[in-house]
Design a protein around this ligand. Structure first.
Ligand code: AMP
Ligand code: ZN
Length: 502
């Protein structure tokens, strides 16, 4: 049974979707006026992992993520750059999609854009006015917070203790307090200002407020109640609180059965944010580091906890990933180079069997992930398994009868890491080999071909021959040459194993 920490209940609850076997999940997307930073990426990566785990657990998940492509920030940027808001939004929407894919985040099933769903938002605003939860003032429409007595239930706030929660400014810079019936009220529709994108509505030309977008789009694509609504913890108030008020006031039913909020990514214990200027763009970080390493770093911390980002932690994550890749590489190599004459494998650890170890790691992984997506615990299970396998295997020699077992070790690690969104399947080695290895093979092993993988084989053969003849000069020249190009050589009872990727 999966248990999810629900922000509204302030406790972990058993996860029971509204429709058996199906999960409808909505995660607030970005406002597209800039490239995303690794803080934003953390939230999206966390929810991508939640989705992957639900799918792995057998649920049919529909994942919806909006793009906020009309907003004050987009308009300001467009004005600064002398471009249209639509141009700015299109550029950064495309960049966002490319960045997410580069970070190993799956595309959502549906990615609605606010500007393409205006009719839906107008309908929702009309319903709110009809039901007495919203009112119009000179082309603006405000949600009346006090008309929804449960306001504050998500973020655990009391209406009477909130003051002017939603200060908004008019084009002339003056406060809107005089127009609203209550300072707590917030805009669901904004009258057009000169030079801004706007749409025809029953209240004249205007554009939607930010919160109404998510209420309208999630209802349209998932129906209500949603099973899971997610976002970063900074969105719980006011954004999600307002979404709840609008959606529940309009339909009289629960908006989302579970609310999940991710912790903030921090630098020097301070939230990473565009306004503080302490941000690293995801695309810049991925120029310097493998996306899998960044993701490994994120998976080492529970999604609700703050995550301190540093170069040191990234390096450590790289080393951990390297250890896993080495194990997979080793299993892969042993399974594809069985010694025809090897006797049946006898584990070095008493009681070890491949079947049991593989079954245990699956169970331990699932137990951690079931507990509110504890990815750190899940990684712990995988590393524990790798340690156990390495200890049991020792320096044994493996024969044809062991191939399936070795493959099962390799495959379970690849499968479980895949659930965390980290692809550790052995790379097609030839693709990654550097071209210089061909020159080395020509020089030291008399190789005459062009192919890098064949060159490596020729070098290993030359080294084995040289060692048999005790010609250490040649044997060392091969080893040093390969190491100099970034290869590692490990001598095993089944021959020399060379790896390049880890
Ligand atoms: P925004 O474009 O500012 O609405 O942010 C998009 C998403 O990134 C939201 O879910 C935010 O909660 C999330 N986010 C923003 N800053 C951080 C951060 N430092 N750490 C984690 N998530 C963040
Ligand atoms: Zn939202």
């Amino acid at each position: 049974m999966i248990r999810i920490y629900d922000t509204q209940a302030r406790a972990k609850r058993d996860f029971v979707p509204a429709r058996e076997g199906k999960v409808g999940m909505y995660v607030c997307g970005p406002t597209v006026y800039n490239y995303i930073h690794i803080g934003n990426a953390r939230t999206f990566i966390s929810f991508d992992t939640v989705r992957r785990y639900l799918e792995w657990s057998g649920y049919d998940v529909t994942f919806v993520q909006n793009v906020t492509d009309v907003d004050d920030k987009i308009i300001t940027k467009a004005n600064e750059e002398g471009r249209s808001a639509a141009e700015v939004a299109a550029e950064y929407t495309e960049a966002f999609i490319a960045d997410m894919r580069a970070a190993g985040v799956k595309d959502p099933d549906i990615r609605p854009k606010a500007t393409e769903e205006i009719d839906e938002m107008i309908k929702l605003v009309e319903t709110l006015i009809e039901k007495g939860h919203a009112y119009e003032v000179e082309g603006d429409v405000y949600f009346s917070v006090r008309s929804f007595p449960e306001y504050g239930k998500l973020s655990n706030r009391n209406i009477d203790e909130m003051e002017g929660g939603h200060r908004e400014l008019r084009a002339d810079g003056k406060g809107l307090e005089d127009r609203k019936r209550d300072p707590l009220d917030f805009a669901v529709w904004k009258a057009a200002k000169p030079g801004e994108p706007s749409w025809e509505s029953p209240w004249g030309q205007g554009r939607p407020g930010w919160h109404i977008e998510c209420s309208a789009m999630s209802r349209k694509y998932l129906g209500m109640p949603l099973d899971i609504h997610g976002g970063g913890a900074d969105l719980a108030f006011p954004h999600h609180e307002n979404e709840i008020a609008q959606s529940e006031a309009a339909c009289g039913c629960t908006f989302s059965n579970y609310w999940m909020h991710g912790g903030m990514l921090q630098i020097n214990s301070e939230k990473m944010s565009k306004s503080l200027g302490n941000f690293l763009l995801l695309r810049d970080v991925l120029k310097e580091c493998d996306a899998r390493v960044l993701r490994m770093l994120m998976m080492q911390t529970h999604y609700r906890s703050p995550l301190d980002f540093s170069k040191e932690r990234l390096d450590e994550a790289g080393a951990s990933l390297g250890r896993l890749c080495c194990c997979i590489d080793r299993m892969d190599w042993l399974a594809s180079h069985p010694d025809e004459n090897a006797p049946a494998f006898v584990p070095e650890t008493e009681g070890f069997t491949f079947e049991k170890a593989v079954k245990n790691v699956r169970e331990a992984f699932a137990a951690s992930m079931d507990d509110d997506f504890n990815t750190a615990g899940a990684l712990g299970a995988i590393f524990g398994f790798v340690g156990e396998v390495n200890a049991a295997l020792g320096t044994a020699t493996f024969g044809p009868a062991d191939v399936a077992n070795l493959e099962s070790v390799r495959d379970v690690i690849i499968e479980l890491m895949g659930v965390l969104g980290i692809d550790v399947a052995p790379a097609k080695a030839e693709v990654a080999y550097p071209a210089e290895v061909v020159d080395l093979a020509r020089e030291v092993a008399g190789f005459e071909g062009e192919d890098a993988a064949e060159a490596v084989d020729a070098l290993l053969e030359a080294r084995a021959d040289a060692r048999a003849e005790k010609n250490w000069a040649v044997a060392d020249a091969v080893r040093d040459g390969l190491c100099g190009l970034g290869f590692t050589i490990e001598d095993t009872p089944q021959g020399a194993k060379v790896s390049y990727s880890c």
